[in-house]
Design a protein around this ligand. Structure first.
Ligand code: KIV
Length: 276
């Protein structure tokens, strides 16, 4: 029998139990090498459908397919061993009916081995979240700014300035809690709304451009590393500037190749090793 002791993955129950405790650290990951680097530092790795914009150069997340999410989810699972991996349900994979949502969420869980799925929506998704949660699918909900609804919501803007909109977001957060979500992403809301709903609901709130009063924070990894130059939201702090580093490395490499200064190591194919 192997004596190897494996660290167990953080579960959705562990995440749920962090309400009001040490803040949850969440970052996006789409590939195995990035997952490997982030895994020791985060509680949750989110395979967000933001990959459509960040990796594939799309204008919105609407063109992301379930197969894309499953493939990237499998890569992130292979690259991590500790974090709870949550995979986004892409647009049109769950909104049609709760049965469609279950069928597709079950594929995500079965084909990737991830811990949970995330879907966007509040009261309109209450019935679906309940249906999934009662059938063994842990759900992270997502309220406030919902990128998959960008065309009906009037673009990427702060939500909850008007009193009726603030009340609606708070009602959404209560609804997903009642339905059995284990935590909820609160995106792009004005600070007092995120603060208030973090105090009033019993599940952890994970803010993005929302409030430090949330029970955790999530950011897109490429944003904090300076790797996604198309659009960086105002609230994102850059912890590194990898863009210029990659640019310089590529330029140095190109210069070496062009001047034939590329090193030829002794073990290069075709160069026989000298015999002793
Ligand atoms: O798709 C994504 O990456 C997300 C987070 C930014 C919350 O939904």
């Amino acid at each position: 029998m192997s004596t190897e002791i494996r660290a167990r993955r953080i579960t959705t129950r562990d995440v749920r139990a962090r309400k009001g405790g040490e803040p949850l650290v969440v970052l996006t990951a789409y590939t195995a090498p990035i997952a490997r680097l982030l895994d020791p530092h985060v509680d949750i790795l989110l395979v967000g459908d933001s990959l459509g914009m960040v990796l594939y150069g799309m204008d919105t997340t609407l063109g992301v397919s379930l197969d894309m999410m499953i493939n990237h989810g499998r890569a992130v699972m292979r690259g991590s061993s500790r974090a709870c991996v949550v995979i986004d349900m892409p647009f049109a994979s769950y909104q049609e009916s709760r049965e469609q949502a279950f069928r597709n969420a079950a594929r995500v869980l079965a084909e990737t081995g991830c811990g949970a799925v995330k879907l966007e929506g509040g009261r309109e998704m209450e019935d679906t979240i309940r249906f999934l949660a009662e059938r063994g699918v842990p759900v992270m909900a997502h309220v406030g700014l919902k990128p998959q609804s960008v065309h009906t919501a009037g673009g990427f803007r702060a939500h909850g300035r008007a009193e009726d909109e603030a009340a609606a977001i708070r009602a959404d957060a209560r609804a997903v809690t009642e339905a059995g979500a284990f935590c909820v992403v609160v995106e792009g809301t004005v600070e007092p709304v995120a603060r208030a709903l973090s105090e009033e609901i019993a599940i952890p709130t994970i803010g993005i451009g929302a409030s430090p009063a949330c029970d955790g924070q999530v950011l897109v990894t490429e944003d904090i590393l300076g790797l996604f130059a198309d659009f960086t939201p105002k609230f994102v702090k850059r912890y590194a500037e990898l863009g210029p580093i990659i640019d310089k490395a590529a330029a140095d490499y190109a210069a070496e190749v062009k001047s034939r200064a590329f090193p030829a190591p002794a073990h290069c194919f075709g160069v026989p090793k000298p015999k002793d």
